[in-house]
Ligand binder design. Sequence first.
Ligand SMILES: Cc1ncc(COP(=O)(O)O)c(C=O)c1O
Length: 383
Amino acid sequence: MEPDFAALRREFPLLQHKTYLNSGSYCALANGVRAAFDSYLQDRLEVGANWDVWVEKNEAVRTLMARVLHATPDEIAVTASASAGLNALASAIEFSGGRDKVVVSDFEFPTNAQIWHSQEQRGARVVHARRAADGYIPPESFEKLIDEQTRLVAITHVCFRNGARLDIPAIVRLARAKGAMVLLDCYQSVGTVDIDVKALDVDFAVGGMLKYLLGTAGIGFLYVRDSLVRSLHPTHSGWFAQENIFAMDITANRPSPSARRFESGTPPVVNCYATEAGLTVLLRVGTPAIERRIRALTKRCMESLREIGWPSVTPAVDERRGAMVCIPSRASGQLSQELLKRDIVTSNRDDNLRVCLHFYNNDEDVDVLVAALRELREQFAAH
Ligand SMILES: Cc1ncc(COP(=O)(O)O)c(C=O)c1O
């Protein structure tokens, strides 16, 4: 039986007065997450420094995040951002022994290209898989680049600019055949699809909690495959990355045997409270049900857009798109502002309006958006 999505929607007060289609930037706030922020403030007022509880909250996030990804808690680092996890990982990767190549794609969020380019100082050679004529990046574009010199394939799951989803199983197979490792930047997909890092056979996965995971800004995660953790020695480190945090030893660096070795300083305590609550809501709904819901909503949106003569640029094939429908416009920023005047919250990137759907959206949200776009088409559709 599907979850009661109408009842779940009522847990997000914002949705009573806005058509909120912006979860790819920041999720709507759940009542439970707000209560978690309140309980942090209460602890600060009543206890002051409640370290025992704070450590528990950090560990709760680790455990819940492991459940979301079908991993184990020892494979999860809780970080301050996706970028922080990527930097710690990059600091531990060697670009020697005949393997210096990092393959990224044209669909990357800037941070997952910039951080690998920063490793050029340490000998990395970064190459980009290009889009084909239809705008998609098929596995063949990666096949041309992945070879015996490839150390890492570092790719996004869903593109933040156009909502396209890469064929991860096919790309992982190409990497495995050449002995390269794979990092999945799943920030735009985690929480919208069921991600099983073991079934996908990726070595690393990175993301953060402010979008579809229902948490807040200022917290992220890095998954590192258990069999690789102890062979990686990050130089990006700190006291919370040590085997025994409270040894306070200043004579040596003794990294944790778990993925905690990719952490650094004091955890983002208040964000752990919020994220524990957000992930609890998400897991209560269940990612397989969320995936079905979002697929139906994005499909409805794309079909309605075709009917009004303003088709999206997001791939129509279900397996090739994420939770985002992107609509080409000659003035995407202005269009987003026009919609905001009508209490419809969207975002824009490049020449596209971005419409992001989560399980708390419904058919009516899609219909309200499309009715507004019908009126705005003359003025804003791409030429
Ligand atoms: C796909 C993707 N990767 C990485 C990031 C960057 O995350 P952070 O700011 O936590 O480093 C974002 C942020 O929007 C993103 O959408």
